[in-house]
Write a protein that binds this ligand. Structure first.
Ligand SMILES: [Zn+2]
Ligand SMILES: [Zn+2]
Length: 223
């Protein structure tokens, strides 16, 4: 069983928070063997907050370096969390850039057991579209965590290595997203539920997520 702790910074307002909770419930219906614990800004450590990690991260034109936040989280010695083997999904209201990569922003990144997502570029959208975008990126980053499209030659890798580990199938959630319009279009497209992932990506994930053990229904709890 995978346990995900979902937290966010103080810039996430109540409306966005509600949509994150809804998106987590959607993900619980898509991924087996996963529990989502929606903590928000509630205290999960005496000394650590997402705001604190952001304050210590490198900046570029008002954007925050995504890797600094994730590194900070991975370095923390949270005995309670690590004993419980929690994975983290962190939301921020700040715009992110991945330092060292040739792109000017990122919607989210995944590293080891941590996922970081920014809502900065689409938080203004109406509820249903906002929720669709949050769910889409959460599915995409969970896909990376569970090895969907890992090592796949999607034909774009020769353009730049950044395109590796993404899917070539039209409408699959593991396709690369280049801007807000493309994210919104994909999030609102016909594919829903388990069909968000193409068959190849579903097969990739099956090994890691539990094809060899019994599939257990996932839960989402909002604290
Ligand atoms: Zn990706
Ligand atoms: Zn795919």
């Amino acid at each position: 069983m995978f346990n995900f702790l979902i937290v966010w910074d103080s810039g996430i307002d109540n409306r966005v928070a509600k949509m994150i909770g809804n998106a987590a419930m959607e993900c619980a219906g898509i991924f087996p063997n996963c529990n989502f614990h929606v903590y928000g800004t509630k205290r999960f450590s005496d000394t650590v907050s997402i705001d604190g990690l952001i304050a210590n991260a490198k900046m570029r034109n008002g954007q925050v370096n995504a890797y600094d936040i994730v590194d900070g989280l991975e370095r923390m010695d949270w005995k309670m969390l690590k004993n419980a083997r929690f994975h983290m999904i962190v939301f921020t209201s700040r715009d992110l850039y991945p330092d060292g990569l040739p792109v000017n922003f990122c919607f989210g990144i995944q590293l080891h057991t941590t996922i970081l997502q920014s809502v900065a570029r689409y938080r203004h959208l109406p509820d249903n579209e906002l929720q669709a975008c949050i769910t889409h990126i959460m599915c995409h980053e969970l896909g990376h965590m569970f090895d969907a499209a890992r090592g796949r030659d999607n034909g774009l890798v020769k353009i730049h290595p950044i395109y590796a580990d993404h899917c070539e199938h039209e409408g699959c959630v593991m396709q690369q997203m280049s801007d807000v319009n493309c994210l919104r279009a994909m999030a609102l497209s016909g594919k829903r539920g388990k069909d968000r992932f193409c068959l190849n990506c579903s097969m990739d994930m099956a090994f890691k997520i539990g094809a060899t053990r019994m599939k257990v229904r996932s839960n989402c709890r909002i604290y």
